[in-house]
Design a protein around this ligand. Structure first.
Ligand code: ADP
Ligand code: MG
Length: 369
């Protein structure tokens, strides 16, 4: 089966008076893909989702769903499934009737409704709950009913806006996996919005990082984490050390970076590294878990000496906060089972390998939150 692009957003902008809430966004979600829009509060996530749903009109651009331009369609004409934080089940209707609601709206025959609702109740593991009322269900169960109601009529697209925001952390983690499994099983193209990076990393095939109405990067969770394209993405996802430096040489494999006045680091040259990097100011981006404690200089291609200022146990790992001679702070995260660590105030040699770091252009405009 040849599957076309399911959802394309083309040059989409939304202005509220002169304020650009969504600023020239382009993105494509393939058939069956789970895309998460992630960004700080106010970055335009909900606005973008409302444009897709049809609750807001585009100021510019278009939205294409399965080769059809839906930009001018009313929300109900788009036939999109939606699941929001306040799941808004009808309290006076049973679980069965809640899920049957969109089918009744569409004048689906009675026996087909019964068959569809029963089969979707099975999918969300609530076979026995059809005759209960929402108030007789836990938060997680209610959210599963809301999900069932959102997809029971086979919509071409599912939109989620902070769907797990009302649940506590434990349940949220469980529901993340559950929704993802159901989404994959049904194969429905999904766009989700969250400000929770862990949720985005867990659930998505692709993540779209938004900031000030613009897209900073669209990529797989792995690439977003390992190869952030700019400083905003690097700092928004996970913990990261950013060490200022300048490029002194670019070879086929590695980039030589001078940092801390006189030290040299070899950083693997990723495919998309810019050719003309020489003499540019850059940042070496280094995740704490990619830095190790070096017993000897020769064990790592890159090392730096630093003083320990704090050691924090975080269960399975230890965060070692250090400061270098030039006053830069570097945090390393090492497995907790590593013993004989020097204590606070002591010097330590930190090491990392070329492939464990990436380079980011310095001077990326810094507009935070
Ligand atoms: P997010 O969901 O990422 O938190 P929103 O899309 O809700 O962000 O909002 C993006 C920006 O657009 C915010 O600065 C918000 O104040 C503004 N905004 C959203 N809706 C409206 C509106 N109806 N009128 C004016 N400004 C709005
Ligand atoms: Mg929002």
């Amino acid at each position: 089966m040849v599957l076309g692009n399911s959802l394309s957003i083309v040059n989409a902008s939304k202005y509220y008076k002169k304020f650009k809430a969504v600023d020239d966004v382009n993105l494509t979600v393939n058939q069956g893909e789970f895309l998460t829009i992630l960004g700080p509060s106010g970055s335009g996530k909900t606005s973008l989702l409302k444009l897709i749903a049809g609750f807001e009109q585009l100021s510019n651009g278009s939205i294409i769903l399965n080769d059809e331009d839906i930009s001018k369609q009313k929300p109900y004409e788009r036939q999109i499934g939606m699941l929001f934080q306040n799941y808004a089940l009808f309290p006076h209707m049973t679980v069965f009737d809640n899920i049957a609601y969109p089918l009744r709206l569409r004048k689906t025959p009675k026996d087909e409704i019964k068959q569809k609702v029963e089969s979707i109740l099975k999918l969300v593991h609530l076979e026995q709950y059809g005759y209960r009322y929402p108030e007789q269900l836990s938060g997680g169960q209610q959210q599963r009913v809301a999900l069932a109601r959102a997809i029971v009529f086979n919509p071409p697209l599912l939109l989620l806006d902070e769907p797990l925001g009302a649940l506590d952390k434990q349940l949220r983690k469980q529901m993340q996996l559950e929704i993802k499994h159901i989404q994959k099983q049904v194969g429905i193209t999904t766009v989700s919005v969250t400000h929770d990076q862990e949720e985005a990393l867990t659930m998505s095939d692709k993540i779209c990082i938004m900031n000030h109405g613009r897209i900073e990067q669209i990529d797989t969770p792995e690439n977003i984490y390992k190869h952030p394209k700019n400083r905003f993405v690097a700092e928004f996802i996970g913990e990261i050390n950013l060490i200022k430096g300048s490029v002194v040489n670019v070879s086929e494999e590695n980039v030589k970076v001078k940092f801390h006045d006189s030290l040299i680091a070899d950083i693997e040259r990723k495919k998309d590294s810019v050719k003309e990097m020489k003499d540019q100011s850059i940042l070496i981006a280094l995740r704490p878990e990619n830095i190790q404690v070096a017993r000897e200089q020769s064990h790592f291609q890159n090392t730096i000496r630093a003083q320990i200022i704090e050691i924090i146990y975080v269960g399975e790992a230890v965060n070692i906060k250090t400061v270098t001679e030039t006053g830069e702070e570097i945090t390393a995260k090492i497995p907790a089972h590593i013993s004989d660590l020097p204590g606070r105030g002591k010097d330590i040699l930190l090491g990392w390998n070329p492939k464990d770091a990436s380079l980011i252009h310095d001077g990326t405009p810094l507009h935070y939150y």
